[in-house]
Design a protein around this ligand. Sequence first.
Ligand SMILES: Cc1cc2nc3c(=O)[nH]c(=O)nc-3n(C[C@H](O)[C@H](O)[C@H](O)COP(=O)(O)O)c2cc1C
Length: 261
Amino acid sequence: MDADNIEAKDLFEVIGTRRSIRYYQTWRPVEDEKIQMILEAARRATHAANAGATGAVVVTRDEIDDSDLSATLPANLQLQLAPVLIFWYGDISAWEQQGEKLKELMKVYALNTTHGWSEKLIDDLIVPFTKAQGDETNWLMTALDAGAAIAQAQLMATRLGLGTCMNQWAGNPGILGLPETCKVFWIMTLGYPAESMEAGGQRPRRPFSDLFHRGKYGTPFPESDEAVAEMRERRLLQREAPLPWRAAEVRALAHMFGLPE
Ligand SMILES: Cc1cc2nc3c(=O)[nH]c(=O)nc-3n(C[C@H](O)[C@H](O)[C@H](O)COP(=O)(O)O)c2cc1C
């Protein structure tokens, strides 16, 4: 497997380098081995009870009709440009095995009596509690499960020199052959970026102090200047968008792909 395009190495740098990439090298396929590593990174994410509620169907762009992508937001042109589409789905039926999976975690000493775990607790309390929660809450848990998996998949893709973007899809999951217990959450586009990995800089976010609190909501979690300096040094924090040449880069990309400017 070629190792070109691999820029980010350290985890700090991988997190800092990931961007939503919307221009792809349409002509360059993604190696199956890299896709496998991306999927494995997702499988290694923390999952509720390790029940296995998150999965994905990988489709190359030439294996899917334009009409099957039409139930998406109009601005999601990246679906046309990306050589690979990964349909991340949740499977609500996975929770039927929750008890069994928790017992498996006990057998490997991940869940222990030190913390009050027992087969009786699982059978009498945990499994009935999950059932009683109902589908709406269990779908929420399934979506969180998928989110953790997708985040790891995106970081692995970045580490391998690939770009990703999440995309809304309200198409017919029937085309994927998924069982009725499954729901496609979102499509992840995947491919070698046609834009630079920096993609014009890190995108704007709400301030840290608005989002993270100490003790209670409204008391910002304190930020240390040294931590900020280290994160800059290790490239978790990078130059912010828009970099001076970004508008010109977008114009060049528009020209290359024949897109409106
Ligand atoms: C759940 C989710 C759904 C998203 N849906 C879309 C989408 O439909 N179309 C799109 O262009 N970007 C979508 N995005 C990408 C975000 O808009 C993106 O995070 C933002 O453009 C820039 O931030 P980033 O480059 O740091 O990722 C989605 C992201 C997430 C996590």
